[in-house]
Design a protein around this ligand. Structure first.
Ligand SMILES: CC(C)(COP(=O)(O)OP(=O)(O)OC[C@H]1O[C@@H](n2cnc3c(N)ncnc32)[C@H](O)[C@@H]1OP(=O)(O)O)[C@@H](O)C(=O)NCCC(=O)NCCS
Length: 177
């Protein structure tokens, strides 16, 4: 895959969205109909990877601020998360950034683009410290859970084991080690 021919940009109020189909109607519809409105309302910021030659959207993801909150029913998973936080900094809540949506076009799936996008998000939030953000969170579609696990994400809860989405997190503290 020749990544050089792709361009990356942040959505704004005037963005014209290039055609996109990831195979999931809700994710397609968000990009085509709602992403610009979310930008205008300051509720989620969407990033686009585009193939200008083909006039297509290759992939998109949207980000919003989040926090991870201690759930007393999930002590075991919480202890695993907390172990990597210095004793004096342990809290019941931690700052995070949420991947609200992430989707790759069917035409470009399975070419390591999803992994590369997550690497980029990890890099940005681990290095550009404008506001402290310890974790990346995502409510992963059940079908995408193995993808997030391969990219180092862990489960936040066991309660959603049989739900359509699972809450997952990535700890940025030692990235990229
Ligand atoms: C799930 C999705 C984001 C993955 O992106 P992608 O660019 O196709 O994935 P990559 O090529 O970067 O895959 C990275 C690794 O995850 C694995 N992987 C990707 N999707 C997977 C899946 N659905 N099930 C199991 N493993 C998967 C790949 O095999 C690869 O493993 P490897 O490095 O050992 O070879 C993409 O296919 C997609 O948008 N799907 C439809 C919408 C969706 O479910 N979005 C997630 C919403 S939370």
């Amino acid at each position: 895959m020749d990544f050089d021919k792709f361009t990356f940009r942040q959505i704004d109020a005037d963005t014209r969205i290039k055609s996109f189909d990831c195979g999931d109607a809700d994710l397609n519809d968000f990009l085509i109909s709602d992403a610009v409105n979310y930008y205008k309302s300051m509720m989620a910021l969407t990033y686009l990877l585009e193939d200008n030659e083909a006039d297509k959207t290759v992939a998109y993801y949207s980000l919003l601020n989040d926090k991870i909150v201690f759930d007393p029913d999930e002590k075991k998973l919480w202890n695993r998360l907390n172990r990597r936080v210095a004793n004096s900094k342990r809290r019941k809540e931690y700052p995070a950034v949420k991947i609200g949506r992430l989707a790759i076009s069917k035409d470009y799936a399975g070419k390591q683009i999803g992994r590369a996008i997550l690497l980029q998000v990890k890099h940005i939030f681990a290095t550009m410290r404008r506001s402290a953000c310890r974790f990346i969170t995502v409510d992963a579609y059940a079908a995408a859970v193995p993808f997030y696990e391969k990219c180092g994400f862990m489960f936040l809860s066991d309660k959603d084991k049989h739900s359509p989405t699972r809450a997952m997190y990535f700890d940025l503290i030692n990235f990229p080690d």
